[in-house]
Design a protein around this ligand. Structure first.
Ligand code: NAG
Ligand code: NAG
Ligand code: NAG
Length: 481
């Protein structure tokens, strides 16, 4: 079965070299003149912006065009606990990755954390195409490795990744699943991963897993490993900071609890409609622009996918048009910017999404995606017309940066809460990039709580970290037997 699941963030990561200097050459060989103003992505021409924008849109369509196939269950009991994984923000809010470890002794990897898909996959040490720049997984050096040898393939808009299914121990944030099924990928048709990211951890439900395996998080929660049956994300914002580095602190991912220092007020939950546990799909009841309600293009609420692995927000054409109709001087893009809308950069646009009775605002700087000229910008909402059983809206990081998002297994629901000042302080350009964590506290080459490595070259220390993590893992683990 082929179920395309790649988050667009991976594509963004390979196309957008988000440093303040112009003329960045990506791994794909595109030369992308890129200068920062108050907003990060200024393209030399509308065409260049358009190529980038179209790729984003295509990846998203493909990702959400997978087949949903219910499968078996798994999981077993263990101690209850909580875990925190510090994240890295890659390429000015394009993607957010965390760390996990696989095998015995443990090998550490950086993986995109994606609530919009359900498979774990890593590049293999046998990788033959498209994988040179990242740390691969080597099954032969793990004593707990079990090669299932089942072919696995994921198809993207412009390529594919393929390999086979394996099992091994997977550890993250102090938790462990001894026989996690995941894919090792040995062929990738284009540069889908941007160093230091080696793969992807899907955090949605098993029903949409290409591998049909019980996802790592679901094995833990079904096994009773967590204090509370939920996970949460706080995502940082660096896209609006002119001097942001390629890698910046990304916020945090928690399992088994929500960090009370990260939010104020209540976490307001919206239930997933009965039987719809696939993506994290919840009904959205309204959208407003500058305080004015706009039509969602349907009567009643629409089910939207809440997706940390998607950078932007996609919705039906009619609704996107209705949003921009509230912004004077806006117009639909054409050619390579088709599917996006252009508007005057000087307009501060506040869009709010309503779930249940509660509205949550998106900051104007998150709304403003990229400048295609000195006065014209593209918005972070784009037209997504997939039809079929795919969600009509994908709510990605453009929104999720503005809240604490909580993904609750039981009762199945997604919650949002206002960010505390502590959480907002994580979007601080002077902070060190977190180093990978396995236990409850960060670890890294600088010792506990990590070294200051300046935020740019995060890949140099992977090998070191692998050794360090395997040494530190044992004491911190809550083993799921
Ligand atoms: C696992 O099995 C696949 C398919 O048979 C094979 O290509 C691959 O080399 C094996 N990997 C290891 C590490 O044994
Ligand atoms: C979140 O903050 C906004 C703005 O301060 C406020 O209006 C809203 O009531 C808060 N929501 C919750 C659930 O606390
Ligand atoms: C979705 O997949 C079906 C068949 O798998 C294909 O015919 C259709 O064109 C795809 N839609 C999009 C928008 O990619």
């Amino acid at each position: 079965m082929i179920a395309p699941m790649l988050p667009i963030s991976l594509l963004l990561a390979s196309l957008v070299a988000a440093t303040p200097q112009p003329a960045i050459v990506s791994e794909r060989g595109y030369t992308m003149p890129l200068t920062r103003r108050t907003n990060p992505r200024v393209f030399a021409s509308e065409d260049e912006a358009g190529v980038w924008l179209q790729d984003i849109a295509n990846k998203l369509v493909v990702k959400y065009n997978g087949t949903i196939t219910p499968s078996d269950t798994n999981g077993s009991p263990s101690k209850r606990a909580q875990g925190t994984n510090l994240l890295v923000n890659q390429n000015a809010d394009s993607s957010y990755y965390g760390s996990l470890a696989v095998g015995t002794p443990a090998q550490a990897f950086q993986v995109i954390l994606d609530t919009g898909s359900s498979d774990l996959w890593l590049l293999s040490s046998n990788c033959q195409r498209g994988c040179a720049a990242v740390v691969p997984f080597d099954g032969t050096s793990s004593s707990t490795f079990n090669n299932l040898s089942t072919p696995f393939k994921i198809t993207y808009g412009s390529g594919a990744a393929s390999g086979y299914l394996v099992q091994d121990v997977v550890q993250m944030a102090g938790f462990q699943v001894p026989k996690q099924t995941f894919a090792v990928v040995n062929s990738v048709t284009s540069d889908l991963l941007n160093s230091p990211v080696s793969g992807l951890l899907g955090l949605a439900f098993q029903s949409i897993a290409s591998s049909r395996a019980v996802p790592f998080w679901q094995a833990l929660v079904q096994g009773g490993a967590w204090d509370q049956p939920l996970m949460s994300f706080v995502l940082t914002r660096f896209g609006n900071q002119a001097r942001a580095n390629t890698l910046e602190p990304g916020g945090q991912f928690t399992m088994g609890f929500v960090d009370p220092t990260m939010y104020t007020g209540d976490i307001v939950y919206t239930n997933i409609p009965a039987g719809q546990q696939s993506y994290w799909l919840i009904p959205m009841t309204g959208i407003s622009v500058q305080g004015v309600p706009v039509s969602l293009g349907s009567t009643g609420p629409v089910n939207v996918a809440i997706d940390t692995g998607t950078t932007l927000i996609g919705g039906p054409s009619s609704a996107i048009a209705a949003i921009f109709a509230q912004i004077p001087g806006s117009q639909p893009g054409s050619g390579n910017t088709a599917g996006y809308w252009l508007y005057p950069c000087k307009t501060q646009v506040t869009v709010a999404l309503t779930f249940g009775g509660q509205s949550w605002s998106i900051s104007p700087s998150d709304f403003q995606l990229a400048a295609v000229s000195s006065t014209t910008c593209t918005g972070a909402f784009f037209e997504l017309n997939m039809g079929g059983s795919a969600p009509s809206w994908i709510i990605g990081d453009t929104f999720l940066k503005n809240v604490v998002s909580v993904y609750r297994f039981n009762p199945p629901s997604v919650g949002f809460a206002n960010l505390s000042s502590t959480a907002q302080g994580l979007s601080n350009i002077n902070a060190p990039v977190p180093t990978p964590t396995l236990g409850l506290s960060p670890v890294g080459p600088g010792g506990k709580n990590g070294g200051k490595n300046g935020g740019i070259d995060h890949s140099w220390n992977i090998i070191q970290l692998a050794a360090l993590l395997s040494a530190l893992a044992v004491g911190a683990l809550n083993v799921l037997v």
